[in-house]
Design a protein around this ligand. Sequence first.
Ligand code: ZN
Length: 157
Amino acid sequence: MAKLQIVKEGDETLRKVSRPVTEITPRIITLLDDMVETMRDANGCGLAAVQVGILRRIVVIETEESGLIELINPEIIKEVGVQEEGEGCLSVPGKWGITRRPAKVTVRALNRKGETVEYTGSGLLARAFCHEIDHLDGKLFIDKGNLVRYLDPDEVG
Ligand code: ZN
């Protein structure tokens, strides 16, 4: 496994739309492994492939509640309610904000074996699903429609 470099805000790569994965090749498996290592090394709870400069629809998420989740070609198939909570991004260092997201989200994707999987998450996991899938469409949490307000550094726990 290898730690990859994280693309930062200002790099236009982050604004591009990622392409679906058509075949789960050994290269895709290696990318998943490297993304997990990179996310853990950076103490993040989610990472999209575009954040390491690869425009493919691949996401990894890890929260205490969910454990490791790997998503290939993820889609949100159900949203319920609204939450406004804190969010940050490994590609937007030093900035945190309150975002408006659905309270509960169900996603459908492929896992690394090519099997269709579904996950439903609320709270942090719902925010992570939305945040990471937004990355695949070139969107960031600081964008209009997501961000309610920035948090001061002393408000961040
Ligand atoms: Zn992010």
